[in-house]
Design a protein around this ligand. Structure first.
Ligand SMILES: [Zn+2]
Length: 95
């Protein structure tokens, strides 16, 4: 099976992030899932970049690995994208 790994942005490990709901300190959690290129959920995954071959498209079962934030208190998972959005929206305007 082909494997694809999302590189975790380095900021995920350095910066401290807190849960939007309970303000608990979030853990970084590794997620692994096999997604078939013909399945409905394939649209949520990037099958087009693999090993640096731009333009190539993966076909069949592909194992994706990526990282999310996990709140052990609420048991919710937050993607890096959603976290950045949340932090942007909650940032106080600079003077
Ligand atoms: Zn929480």
């Amino acid at each position: 099976m082909k494997k694809f790994k999302y590189e975790a942005p380095i900021g995920m490990f350095i910066k401290k992030h807190h849960c939007p709901k309970c303000s608990n300190k979030l853990e970084v959690k590794k997620i692994k899932r096999v997604v078939n290129s013909e399945s409905d959920e394939a649209k949520d995954f990037d099958f087009t970049s693999y090993d640096g071959f731009i333009g190539a498209r993966l076909v069949g079962d592909v194992e994706f690995t990526w990282y999310v934030y996990h709140c052990t208190n609420c048991d919710i998972e937050i993607t890096n994208k959603d976290m950045r959005k949340h932090e942007r929206e909650n940032k106080r305007p600079r003077r």
